[in-house]
Design a protein around this ligand. Structure first.
Ligand code: SAM
Length: 270
């Protein structure tokens, strides 16, 4: 059997050995055992993660912002039901992590059939809330050192997570904000509107390689109203080493180079 995800008249084909789980609720959740990527989570027909390359994505989503902050004690993750982002956040030994996920079924299914959180969601420092991230942030009285948005491709429930209203509310309650910002090559319109709507004082886009995301090229947006975007290799390296973080993809050198954008991407956002 084959799973095919299409984007703009092309796509990615993955050989499936077995369907491990399927449920239609808030989202259509499918978990497959694949031949070359291990277990794979698909939501509404879109690949969210595979065991083989999820660390590429989660490490690049989490570590740049966490290392730009000198002492990230309190972290908010919006979305991220598979637990991969929280797993990476815990490597920085924060005091408190709040994860706000709209679909409880994703969390249950991922814990039972994939397990990439490796126990992170059971950690006593982690609080998991099942509600809409947009509503949570709107009425939030707390402040966070870092907010990480690990949402699905824009769809009816996640569309709000790329709105200027959501970004404005986040800006008020955090030092650093980071979100995945889609594929500049396969989804240039979403990429451009995320950049445009994120009206923070400081912001920057960086890139990463995720083989099972559209055309393999993925982007992230980091922003802050209060802090600078830190691209000093010595600072990042010192924090990375002091925190004794182990990674598969991320290194401080990769961090710095990820912010060098090809001309065509600069043109999309200028
Ligand atoms: N890494 C993935 C990607 O870029 O393809 C994202 C994976 S993660 C499973 C995305 C999660 O965001 C889903 O579990 C989904 O339920 C959650 N989500 C979508 N919209 C949301 C919202 N408005 N509030 C909170 N969580 C949301």
């Amino acid at each position: 059997m084959e799973f095919v995800e299409r984007y703009n008249g092309s796509g990615l084909l993955i050989e499936v050995e077995k369907i491990l789980y399927e449920f239609k609720g808030v989202q259509h959740i499918q978990i497959f055992q694949t031949k070359s990527f291990g277990k794979m989570l698909v939501l509404d027909g879109k690949i969210q993660l595979t065991e083989k390359d999820e660390s590429f994505y989660h490490e690049m989503l989490v570590h740049p912002a966490m290392l730009m902050h000198e002492n990230p004690e309190k972290v908010l993750v919006i979305g991220g039901g598979d637990g991969g982002a929280v797993r990476e956040v815990l490597k920085h030994d924060p005091k408190e992590v709040v994860m706000v996920e709209i679909d409880e079924n994703v969390v249950k299914a991922c814990k039972e059939y994939i397990g990439i959180d490796r126990g992170a969601l059971e950690d006593p420092r982690v609080k998991v809330l099942f509600e809409d991230g947009l509503e949570f942030v709107k009425s939030c009285k707390d402040k966070f050192d870092v907010i990480i948005v690990d949402g699905t491709d824009p769809n009816p429930i996640s569309q709000a997570l790329i709105s200027s209203e959501f970004y404005r509310d986040c800006a008020k309650i955090c030092d650093y904000f980071v979100t995945q910002s889609q594929s500049p090559f396969a989804q240039p319109d979403y990429f451009k509107s995320i950049y445009k709507n994120a009206r923070f004082k400081n912001k920057a886009v960086y890139l990463g390689f995720v083989p099972t995301y559209p055309h393999g090229l993925w982007s992230y947006l980091i922003a802050s109203d209060r802090r600078e975007i830190v691209l000093d290799l010595n600072v990042i390296k010192e924090r990375f080493e002091n925190r004794k973080i182990e990674t598969v993809y991320y290194t401080p050198e990769v961090h710095i180079s990820a912010f060098a954008l090809p001309r065509w991407i600069v043109n999309l956002i200028s």
